[in-house]
Design a protein around this ligand. Structure first.
Ligand SMILES: NC(=O)c1ccc[n+]([C@@H]2O[C@H](COP(=O)([O-])OP(=O)(O)OC[C@H]3O[C@@H](n4cnc5c(N)ncnc54)[C@H](OP(=O)(O)O)[C@@H]3O)[C@@H](O)[C@H]2O)c1
Length: 276
């Protein structure tokens, strides 16, 4: 049995669909990962052989002013899952982020390169990575720029804005790899099936700026929206973001044979599915 924690989240729902009847899902109404007692109760009852943690405090800007809950969920919550999974002899798959890097390297990050988070969210997720190691049988899967059919995300925001405006400004100085949650779920499944351990990077192939991504969303949807450039500084969000945080996913492909599709192909596929 595979247990998906955070099963009602954007990634969690795609994981549930992909793993099918071999998986059970829990979310906040069944488990609170900030409580060791709650985690032990659920895990000792279900006794899964693998736990995939897709639960997190994901409001990146909100984390700046809510440091304590962010650390409790993203940091301590993972410690509780690592302890309880090691107690029942289960593997822990922890989903993490490119925001553990500062984005100053200028080329794709490898798994073992030094981390230096810029934001509270990044710090809290890095604490989660450290805590996952309480279970020696753990996999940390770093990903980035997620979108999926079951959550708030950049693609849906752009499509909503297109119903209101013919022109908008989108940042052009942050570079990353837009990643479809279905492709991330496939990468996680491949890592579980090959019984991998350690840190892996998993994102759709290739990279772009948010501005290019917005243009691609409108072009692939046949929408005539002008996308002007804007700097991260001018956008003025509370949490600092890494400017160039693409992830080298070569290790994932070498160890599992799974190769994530190019981001633009994934986007086309996503847009087609959401029209059905
Ligand atoms: N979204 C991105 O762009 C992105 C990028 C890189 C990495 N990631 C990582 O990818 C993973 C999945 O992200 P996502 O966007 O799919 O997340 P999401 O949609 O925000 O889902 C997270 C789920 O966790 C639940 N949750 C929150 N606190 C909990 C707690 N204490 N105990 C149990 N469940 C709790 C949430 O419930 P409520 O909704 O009721 O709070 C929600 O259902 C996360 O680890 C995230 O850090 C995301």
């Amino acid at each position: 049995m595979i247990l998906i924690v955070g099963a009602k989240g954007m990634l969690g729902q795609d994981l549930m669909a992909l793993f099918g009847p071999g998986a059970r899902g829990v979310d906040l109404e069944d488990i609170d990962i900030t409580s060791l007692e709650s985690v032990q109760k659920v895990l000792f009852t279900i006794r899964p052989r693998v736990v995939i943690n897709a639960a997190a405090y994901t409001d990146v800007d909100g984390c700046e002013t809510n440091q304590e809950p962010a650390m409790q969920v993203n940091g301590e919550g993972v410690a509780h899952l690592a302890l309880a999974t090691s107690e029942i002899g289960a593997k822990l798959v922890q989903v993490s982020t490119d925001y553990v890097f500062d984005g100053g390297k200028g080329s794709p990050y490898l798994e073992d390169e030094p981390t230096a988070p810029l934001s509270v969210y990044g710090e809290s997720k890095l604490a989660g990575e450290m805590n996952a190691r309480f279970n020696p049988d753990h996999v940390i899967v770093r990903t980035q720029w997620l979108y999926g059919i079951n959550g708030k995300n950049f693609v849906e925001t752009m499509l909503r804005l297109a119903t209101e405006k013919r022109e908008l400004a989108v940042v052009d100085d942050q570079i990353g790899s837009p990643t479809w949650t279905v492709d991330l779920a496939l990468a996680i499944k491949a890592l579980v099936e090959k019984d991998c351990r350690g840190i892996y990077h998993a994102a759709n192939a290739g990279f772009c700026s948010w501005n290019e991504f917005a243009r691609a969303i409108f072009a692939e949807s046949g929408l005539d929206v002008t996308v002007n450039p804007m700097s991260t500084k001018d956008l003025g969000r509370p949490a600092p973001r890494p400017l160039y945080s693409t992830l080298d996913c070569g290790k994932l492909t070498r160890d599992t044979g799974f190769q994530p599709q190019p981001w633009r192909e994934a986007l086309k596929h996503y847009l087609k599915l959401r029209r059905l």
